[in-house]
Design a protein around this ligand. Structure first.
Ligand SMILES: N#Cc1c(-c2ccc3ccn(Cc4ccncc4)c3c2)n[nH]c1N
Length: 244
């Protein structure tokens, strides 16, 4: 998978040189490139923002630098792609993802969808956001998704992109050492995960649930499922499957 990130804070993503994503980059599983939006400005001050039409507080990100930056990546990703009988331009088009407080909620299901994409381009907005025409222009030609991390306000898209890259990256085959560990995680089967324990058997007067030390795999599986349902009902009832 190739991932391109457009941001005015490229140094923000230096952390992606380490940990799992860093290893995946070194092994070639992920080809991650970070682009400074200001490299696509043409004035002395590298201006990326201006006042909003219609008035209001704050500044809006100008469309021109975004257009130049995205076009440069699209040209690089598919320099001379012509639609073929197997694919057409839309099928081969990279997916453009813009974090936004007005976006669709990012979920584990969406992470699984994104992990199937060959090319992702993340656009990190700042200020009060990006001129709407950037989304509209590229939605005509290909695929654009506005995505939100949740119902709270951030100062820009970088934190959200970092979270999405981690959530997507770990689902790419070969990135996580033991793919089995991806199966029994919170949200993977729609429920919250069961509680985990390791040695010692007793710690500060707290014992590991005896069933986990019983060696009875059926009883352990049943206990874990019950714990998932109980925890989900208590903490995230919205995730519970509808009663049939
Ligand atoms: N994903 C996501 C987000 C964001 C988010 C994402 C991109 C940008 C770009 C600029 N801002 C600042 C801003 C703009 C407009 N209204 C409020 C704040 C952003 C916030 N906030 N909360 C989330 N869950």
């Amino acid at each position: 998978m190739r991932i391109d990130i457009i941001t005015i804070f490229p140094e923000f993503f230096s952390v992606l040189d380490v940990s799992l994503v860093g290893k995946a980059r070194q092994s070639g599983l992920i080809d991650l490139r970070v682009h400074n939006l200001r490299d696509h400005t043409h004035d002395r001050h590298h201006t990326v923002d201006d006042t909003p039409y219609g008035g209001g507080a704050g500044m809006v990100m100008k469309p021109e630098p975004w257009g130049d930056a995205i076009d440069a990546i699209l040209t690089d990703v598919h320099p001379l792609t012509e639609p073929t009988e197997q694919t057409d331009a839309t099928d081969a088009a990279p997916l453009l993802i813009f974090p936004s407080p007005a976006g669709e909620l990012f979920t584990q299901a969406m992470a699984r969808e994104l992990a199937e994409e060959p090319n992702l381009i993340f656009g990190c907005g700042r200020y009060e956001g990006i001129d709407q025409r950037v989304f509209d222009h590229y939605a005509e030609a290909g695929r654009v998704r506005l995505v939100s991390l949740g119902d709270y306000v951030l100062n820009g898209g970088e934190v959200a992109v970092m979270a999405m890259i981690e959530a997507v990256g770990r689902l790419i085959p070969g990135v996580v050492g033991n793919p089995e560990s991806l199966v029994e995680e919170s949200h993977e089967d729609g429920l919250l995960e069961y509680p985990s324990y390791t040695k010692p058997a007793a710690w500060r007067g707290l014992e590991v649930p005896p069933v986990l030390r019983s060696g009875n795999h059926g009883a352990v599986a049943a206990w874990r499922r019950e714990q998932q349902l109980e925890r989900t009902a208590r903490v995230r009832p919205d995730l519970l499957p509808p009663a049939n």
